[in-house]
Ligand binder design. Structure first.
Ligand SMILES: [Zn+2]
Length: 308
């Protein structure tokens, strides 16, 4: 299995258009040891076909910057499908960028599929022709083989896992009550039935339990929620707002943070993705980045690739 990190930042990217924090200024002015990052996006393949893990608002530029994802003929694409782990705009806006009447398979839970297709009329642009988008319901805990729009299975098998956390902020309480809470946020465990290693893709994690930690420790590569360093990070910068945990993200540092909670992991290579522009680990010279590296973690950058 080939894995490419096309984007490693959280929503807003790095730098973010309306942010002049030390980090965003530092990357704009090239005064920090860091690099600009697009919004979180990963692509995987076991051969010819590529599958996207979510569809970021930066998807068009990410495809154009990645030779493997570019067409090999007129009106062709190696991108066969998209696996959606939630209904956040940062995870689904890119679907609308794939609207040029090209067959594509979209895997999502029934609740997220209903949320997008029934409640957001823009998404009708993906269904202008029969077979343009093949929405395929997935169920947490039930493994499935990734398949092309024509139906041929790839070697990749995915097990979606239900995580804690609710539907996005644009979903009102009344609408959320018509959806299944256990279908709001997924983590993905993916491996090839041709052998090789196992990938864990968990960009949004509100909490960890013993079962999830065991699953993560069975994987070879872990791409994990690195959104915030501290729980009150955004409040400190904005003067108000919600904590990391209230936004559905376990912070990295402090008691109960992911560094502490995942310190027992033995098997996987551990990489933080989905990094918010306020997170000090973005500065390679920061003490926070040093602490993360000392704990055996890496901080993802756009363009990293792996073979498992
Ligand atoms: Zn910033």
């Amino acid at each position: 299995m080939w894995i490419k990190i096309l984007g490693s930042a959280a929503g807003g990217g790095f730098p973010q258009w309306n942010c002049g924090c030390v980090l965003c200024r530092g990357v704009r002015e090239r005064k920090l040891s860091t690099s600009a990052r697009t919004q979180c996006q990963v692509a995987i393949s076991s051969g010819e076909d590529w599958f996207l893990l979510n569809a970021s608002p930066d998807l068009r530029a990410q495809i154009e910057g990645t030779a493997e994802l570019q067409p090999r003929a007129a009106r062709q694409s190696p991108i066969a499908g998209v696996l959606v782990t939630g209904g956040d705009l940062d995870q689904v806006l890119g679907l609308l960028l794939l609207r040029e009447l090209h067959p594509i398979r979209i895997y999502a839970t029934a609740s997220v599929r209903r949320l997008l297709r029934n409640h957001n009329t823009f998404f009708k642009m993906l269904s202008q022709e029969p077979g343009q988008s093949l929405w395929t319901d997935i169920t947490p805990g039930v493994s499935f083989a990734l398949a092309s729009p024509a139906g041929s299975s790839s070697a990749l098998v995915c097990r979606p896992m239900a995580l804690q956390g609710g539907f996005p902020a644009y979903v009102g309480e009344r609408r959320a009550s018509t959806l299944l809470a256990g279908q709001a946020v997924l983590g993905l465990v993916i491996e090839s039935n041709h052998g090789g290693g196992r990938l864990a893709y968990f960009p949004v994690v509100a909490d960890l339990d013993a079962n999830l930690t065991t699953v993560l420790n069975s994987c070879d590569l872990l791409l994990f929620d690195g959104t915030f360093w501290t729980d009150d990070e955004l409040i400190r910068i904005q003067g108000a707002g919600r904590t990391a945990r209230q936004m559905g993200h376990l912070p990295i540092s402090g008691p109960g943070g992911s560094l502490e909670r995942l310190s027992q992991l033995q098997r996987p290579r551990k990489i933080f993705v989905h990094i918010n522009n306020t997170n000090p680990i973005l500065d390679l010279n920061s003490l926070e980045c040093q602490e993360v590296r000392n704990a055996g973690w890496e901080v993802a950058e756009d363009g990293w690739e792996f073979k498992l």
